[in-house]
Design a protein around this ligand. Structure first.
Ligand SMILES: CC(C)=CCC/C(C)=C/CC/C(C)=C/COP(=O)(O)OP(=O)(O)O
Length: 303
């Protein structure tokens, strides 16, 4: 009785241990953001009635493929992650799970997610998810150790999920306005990761990653690149209105939000310090949910 009790307790400990490892390998918070952008893409591509079952299937499939991509990223990055303070406690560098076990988790969850998208959304969405996994795990991940162009490739990876969501529901009419959210995400992600790489420059250098901040210790080049990104984002609100994706309210809100972000970046351009970079980084964390909420709130359903 007592022995049975302890073996049940240890079985539940083992389960909890692996569940936590899968959670961390999947970068659950990042995957949740990816799902939110894919769900937003789905809603934006829908008519006046959103198919809730289709939305749930698309979000679940995206979550599973993103979890797989994030796990493979950590399998390939294990040696470098072990050298960085930010990542050394992850399941693989800390030895809490073996690379083979992690690779098996990635393969099964990725295959299941792609199959779900193929069966319950469409082949276009499934193909986009699988290609994005390949781009992230097999192109972006090794590129991080070679050249700072990796951040631009990673931004494409981040921009695909809303397109995936949009095409899952509106594959037959791929339109210009389906590019608004992916484009905003592309430029947002560039700003977000460049600010992070500047703030954690020493850690990235120790890990052997070639971010833009590696060649730009003063932060001056990073600051100008961030400013350029903001300028590219400024017309997006107006385009969303002109192309019939949203009402005019969104162009007003998006212009306000992007102007706010641009002011944060300008203060980083004038004074490239950790303090101004951190302020801009936190501003970018508020910017994206606010922009997506505005898009959904003011969307004009497809006819
Ligand atoms: C459907 C599908 C496959 C979606 C994938 C979406 C996805 C994983 C987006 C994240 C993009 C990205 C550049 C993350 C940073 O990785 P990093 O390696 O720089 O982060 P790290 O240093 O924290 O490991």
């Amino acid at each position: 009785m007592w022995r049975g009790h302890t073996s049940a307790a240890s079985a539940s400990n083992v389960l909890r241990h692996y569940w936590l490892c899968y959670w961390e390998l999947s970068k659950a918070r990042l995957s949740a953001l990816v799902v939110a952008t894919s769900g937003a893409g789905y809603v934006l591509g829908s008519g006046s009635i959103v198919d809730i079952a289709g939305l749930c299937y698309t979000c679940t499939g995206t979550m599973m493929v993103a979890a797989s991509a994030n796990t493979l990223n950590q399998v390939f990055d294990v040696k470098n992650d072990a050298k960085m303070k930010r990542t050394m406690r992850r399941p693989l560098p800390s030895g809490r799970i073996s690379p083979v076990h992690a690779a098996m988790w990635a393969t099964s969850v990725g295959a299941a997610g792609t199959t779900l998208l193929a069966c319950k959304a469409n082949y276009l969405a499934a193909g986009l998810a699988a290609s994005n996994l390949i781009l992230y795990a097999f192109v972006y991940t090794p590129l991080k150790q070679i050249h700072h162009v990796n951040t631009w490739v990673g931004a494409v990876v981040g921009a695909i999920p809303p397109l995936l969501g949009n095409w899952a529901v509106a594959a037959s009419e791929v339109s210009l306005n389906s590019m608004i959210l992916p484009t905003a995400l592309y430029f947002w992600q560039l700003s977000h990761f460049m600010a992070l790489a500047y703030l954690c420059r020493d850690d990235y250098v120790a890990g052997g990653y070639r971010m833009l901040s590696f060649a730009d210790p003063s932060g001056k080049i990073t600051a100008w690149v961030l400013l350029r990104n903001c300028l590219y984002m400024l017309p997006l609100g107006l385009l969303a209105y002109k192309w019939g994706l949203t009402s005019g309210w969104f162009s007003f809100e998006a212009s306000l939000l992007t102007t706010g972000l641009t002011i944060g970046v300008l203060s980083f351009v004038l004074d490239p310090t950790h303090k101004s970079a951190r302020r801009m980084f936190h501003g970018s964390l508020l910017y994206l949910p606010a922009l997506m909420a505005g898009l959904i709130l003011h969307r004009l359903p497809n006819q």
